[in-house]
Design a protein around this ligand. Sequence first.
Ligand SMILES: [Zn+2]
Length: 143
Amino acid sequence: MAKSKEQIERTKLFRMVKKCWTEDHKFRPTISDCREVFRNINTQVFNNELRMPNFKLVYSKDFWGMCRGSVDDPVKCTILMSKSFLSKRLFIDTMAHEMVHQWEWLNNDDMTHGPKFYQWRKELKKYNIHLARTYSAKKYKID
Ligand SMILES: [Zn+2]
């Protein structure tokens, strides 16, 4: 069911993203930050269909985030997140990106950046979350 603009603007997720407009600085997430952002996006955008993944914070030059599905149990997923982001907004955008991959995995789709990936763009946009294949410069690449 479609939520009104007013309903969306009252959600914790919307306010959380908005706060980043004024607080944009280097962000080092904790596991609890990951879970909090995941929970809010899952509730507002994915109708709570996603199971809380196993989060791991890693150093990587190649990606901001990465989603790994479990072949044995499609409901289980591991999401790797960078230990350090250029901003909290980038962290939230990355989380949303990985969650779309988790959703693809849960629905037996390949984790690609095709039309099924981008169908989430409009809904995320309502919360000012930007869904893209890569973020800004080449060095912002995520997978
Ligand atoms: Zn991706």
